[in-house]
Write a protein that binds this ligand. Structure first.
Ligand code: AMP
Ligand code: ZN
Length: 115
């Protein structure tokens, strides 16, 4: 599925819901989490609607790899120098609330609100 009309992150990709963007290209969007757990809390998403890591196949290897490479570049650009944490929640038992695959990347000086 390229976009799900009921998906909040697809609506952010389409510009129907505003976001504080940190990065955008043809296939990836990164934006600041609306309820940050850390001084810097970014979500990186594929623009295509992929529900979760449980739905990933070989065709997604490229975009997932680019998301992983992009995250440290964004942390550096946002002034994170002391390390960061990356999390992908998958499915109900994995604590996933928004059903569009997203890579959380948290950074900035401790203490953090959560995580
Ligand atoms: P998860 O529990 O892994 O599905 O995380 C979903 C994340 O999306 C949470 O950290 C939310 O704060 C974040 N979130 C939900 N809606 C928005 C939004 N409109 N803009 C930015 N972040 C959002
Ligand atoms: Zn979506």
């Amino acid at each position: 599925m390229s976009a799900d009309p009921n998906c909040i992150f697809c609506k952010i990709v389409a510009g129907q819901i505003p976001s504080n963007k940190a990065y955008e290209d043809d296939e990836i969007l990164a934006f600041h989490d609306i309820n940050p757990w850390a001084p810097v809390h970014i979500l990186l998403i594929p623009k295509l609607h992929v529900v979760s890591m449980a739905d990933v196949g070989p065709e997604h290897a490229g975009v997932l790899g680019r998301m992983m490479v992009l995250a440290p570049q964004l942390m550096r650009a946002l002034g994170v120098t002391g390390g960061f944490r990356q999390v992908i929640n998958t499915g109900a038992d994995g604590g996933q609330e928004v059903m569009h695959l997203h890579l959380h990347t948290f950074g900035g000086p401790r203490p953090w609100k959560r995580g």
